[in-house]
Design a protein around this ligand. Structure first.
Ligand code: IMP
Ligand code: MG
Length: 176
């Protein structure tokens, strides 16, 4: 099965049922590790909205969620360094934070974001990512909870987009 988005064709890579089953497995670890910690999930927009919803509905104890958007400059700066955070509230001091990401690619986003969280004096901080591209990583980032490690190729669906399209697909597709 394949889908056409803009000028490109994408082939089915992970089915919705595979995705849902794996998220359930990973959430068993989150439930075990955070049962009495009242974690604050921090979902990185836009890509993580579906993953965040699926994780949160499987978490069985008290928890909270915040949505943040990381704005980076592109063009003049090729580093992709994150310059701003929109939406992170000040009251994270002493809290156990779980960052929810759609995908860790180069790791630039997380490398920029983690120090900003540290400034908030959180009690602990772990990353939970739907996808990780280990071969694309440029920084040694510890992704404690991860659903799928994938090859270094472009994927869409389940929140991930190609130039704005594809986020609504329940399955994940990779480039044809
Ligand atoms: P990083 O900062 O290089 O780790 O990139 C992270 C961000 O790049 C992700 O949150 C996505 O928004 C985007 N991204 C990286 N790889 C892909 C992909 O294969 N498909 C869609 N978006 C991607
Ligand atoms: Mg993203």
């Amino acid at each position: 099965m394949s889908v056409q988005l803009h000028d490109k064709t994408f082939d089915l890579f992970l089915t919705s049922s595979e995705i849902q089953a794996r998220i359930s497995e990973v959430c068993e670890y989150l439930n075990r590790d955070y049962a009495d910690k009242r974690p604050v999930f921090i979902a990185i927009l836009n890509g993580s909205f579906m993953f965040a919803a699926d994780v949160m509905r499987r978490f069985n104890d008290a928890c909270e969620i915040q949505f943040v958007r990381l704005a980076s400059y592109v063009g003049t700066s090729s580093t992709g360094e994150v310059q701003t955070i929109l939406g992170l509230s000040a009251d994270l001091k002493g809290r156990h934070v779980v960052i929810l990401e759609d995908i860790i690619d180069s790791g630039e986003t997380m490398v920029s974001f983690l120090p900003l969280l540290a400034q908030k004096e959180v009690a602990s901080c772990q990353i939970c990512s739907f996808l990780v591209k280990p071969d694309a990583l440029k920084h040694p980032i510890d992704v404690a909870y991860r659903c799928f490690d994938i090859p270094n190729e472009f994927v869409v669906g389940y929140g991930l987009d190609y130039d704005g399209l594809g986020r609504n697909l329940p399955d994940v597709y990779h480039l044809h």
